[in-house]
Design a protein around this ligand. Structure first.
Ligand code: NAD
Ligand code: PRE
Length: 302
């Protein structure tokens, strides 16, 4: 039996549109309704037939839903929850896909104290945004971390987990604050570093009139992909996950200082040991099948 039969997606960007496409593929009988605050996005969604209906207001989108998934930037979650509150059916489950969980859980429970809220985070994405950037296989073989609240009912949590499994994800449960700490180092800090290094190279190019970016290849190109990620989404992530990001940034700065010292004093052993250790980490990630950009690209064209 399907976990849900009427799913509403609020926010039809990369993640919302990927969920819509994945639902169409894996649960074709589910009735899908979408809404986005942007009239231009709603128009695209209608043109590409992303969902069965596209509602002009968030309230109208949820009126007969049994699952509502909020796929907006984390700073907008509270406003969207307030907008759907008057029209939300009593038995509907509300979930979200936000990249940090503590702040979103607080915002949703403050605005929807009576609702059945089960936050989640699919750890899958790209640097692209918008309804045309999504693809049905985005979540296949990727983690979806479900972070139930202390009051979340077990049956609702199980249904949300089953929903994500049907979209192809592997599901894991975590406490929201633990999620935020783990993602601060695995996702948020890497984005901050990419935004920094690409900005630094660009500044240098302006100062020296050199061709720093033109001749950048390999590693730097990978940073430019990450640094092309959506500014609104990432502004909200860093504001919402401030404490965990600052903690990880502090540790990172200490480790960077150690490497700086090793370079200054010609301590090749320290450099070699660090690089050998991180090479092993990369190999174990690849062995677990959790990182393969080439496979990602292929999946988009399934
Ligand atoms: N991009 C990723 O890699 C990724 C991965 C996992 C989770 N997430 C999370 O998913 C969420 C959406 O990210 P995305 O990448 O799909 O962004 P996106 O920019 O592609 O889409 C977000 C959509 O939300 C709409 N929106 C904004 N405010 C709204 C409001 N108040 N009401 C209705 N619609 C509104 C925007 O118009 C936009 O179409 C974010 O919370 C993000 O943290 C992103
Ligand atoms: O592959 C990418 O482009 C991503 O940045 C995806 C990524 C990540 O950092 O892994 C980004 C944010 C999310 O919340 C989840 C996934």
């Amino acid at each position: 039996m399907l976990p849900f039969s009427r799913v509403s997606i609020i926010g039809l960007g990369l993640i919302g549109s990927s969920i819509a496409r994945a639902v169409r593929q894996s649960m074709p009988t589910v009735r899908l309704t979408g809404h986005d605050a942007s009239a231009a996005v709603r128009e695209v969604a209608r043109r590409i037939d992303l969902t069965d209906d596209v509602a002009d207001t968030a309230g109208a989108a949820v009126i007969d839903a049994d699952l509502v998934i909020l796929c907006v930037p984390v700073g907008a979650m509270g406003d969207v929850a307030a907008a759907i509150a008057p029209d939300l059916p009593d038995d509907a489950i509300v979930s979200d896909v936000g990249s940090c969980k503590t702040s979103v859980a607080q915002a949703l429970s403050a605005v929807l104290p009576e609702a059945r809220v089960v936050p989640a985070h699919p750890v899958a994405g790209t640097e692209q945004s918008g309804p045309e950037a999504g693809f049905a296989t985005l979540f296949r073989g990727r983690w979806c971390i479900v972070t139930p609240l202390p009051g979340s009912d077990a049956a609702a949590t199980a249904r949300v987990e089953e929903f994500w499994r049907r979209l192809g994800a592997d599901v894991e449960r975590m406490a929201p604050d633990h999620h935020d700490l783990v993602l601060a180092v695995t996702s948020h800090l890497p984005h901050l570093i990419a935004y920094t290094i690409v900005g630094t190279a660009d500044d240098l190019e302006q100062v020296t009139q050199s061709e720093v970016i033109k001749f950048s290849a390999g590693g730097f190109r990978d940073f430019t992909r990450i640094a092309a990620s959506d500014p609104t989404m990432w502004r909200d992530v860093f504001l919402a996950n401030k404490d965990a990001v600052l903690e990880m940034l502090q540790r990172f700065s200490e480790d960077l200082s150690q490497l700086q010292r090793a370079i200054r004093w010609g301590d090749g052993d320290a450099l070699f040991d660090r690089f050998a250790r991180t090479r092993m980490i990369r190999r174990s990630i690849v062995d677990q099948g959790q990182d393969d950009p080439a496979a990602d690209f292929g999946r988009r064209h399934d």
